[in-house]
Design a protein around this ligand. Sequence first.
Ligand code: HMG
Ligand code: MG
Length: 298
Amino acid sequence: TLPSSVKIVEVGPRDGLQNEATTISAEVKIELVNRLSAAGFINIESASFVSPKWVPQMATSTEVMAGIERKAGVIYSVLTPNMKGFEAAIAAGADEVVIFGSASEAFSQKNINCSIAESIERFREVAVAAKANNKRLRGSLSCSFGCPYQGAVSPEAVADVVQRLRDLGCDEIDIADTIGVGTARQVQTVMQRVMREFPVSGLSGHFHDTYGQALANIYASLEVGISIFHSSVAGLGGCPYAKGATGNVATEDVLFLMQGLGIHTGIDLDKTVDAGQFISQHLGRKAVSRAGNALAAK
Ligand code: HMG
Ligand code: MG
């Protein structure tokens, strides 16, 4: 039996926008986050406190966090690769900080400029500080189903880093398909392996849709008991350090699937479609969401 309800973590304002080449104003980002909270999302990944040299689009993160309307009960999450990022996150009033590592050594080097082992040491300080400040701590694990630089990644490699993130005290761990190469059976194998290390209720599926497999992978994850999923409104996104990777699975498509399955999300699909159309108009292109575009055309 599938879960009766799921948590959707909207990552569009961060993962979705981080790779956009032209600068998007803080006002537009703020409007997007506000529209998403109004649509009923209870967890919105809103900003990223990384080096602006590495990811220029996220340089407005402090302004964005200061400008959004804080809706009660909503967790506004931000990425924090190190203590510098953590301090900025605390100053900005983030509710949850995200440390982000990789199951592949090669990607760890390209994305955060250090080995997996070094990243865990950097994250340890952030984890301790998060607990001391009563902040939720999430761990995100890139390349759990394949790496753009080293190719295959074994379920054991994923489980190994999951254990290390667990030991740092993560409340939730994202099993991420950075380049969207995972397929349904593989997804179940990896998810079932990591469940031996971390409670299934705290594991999430973060699927990019490069190869069109994300919805199938979500369904496959539901079948093995995963009940948290990440998605980007309008299918925004890509990772600057994973060339050619497309956006996250589109939130509208995920909501349409859940609605059809009778799985509760607490999110208003029509308002989400409007948020997707809003940001797509600002970016000057059509939303990538099939369901979103079909519903918008009605
Ligand atoms: P580094 O160069 O090794 O760091 O970068 P450093 O400590 O030597 O510092 C170098 C410079 O960066 C210094 O400035 C620091 O102050 C500055 P300078 O003295 O040269 O002027 N700096 C910072 N500035 C602002 N905020 C900070 C910060 N830290 C250092 N937090 C670092 C290491 C991790 C900082 C760098 O590699 C970086 O910023 N990487 C970010 C990569 C990134 O954001 N990738 C995308 C997000 S991950 C993702 O999308 C995957 C995910 O969606 C899951 C999936 O799909 O797989 C989560
Ligand atoms: Mg991602």
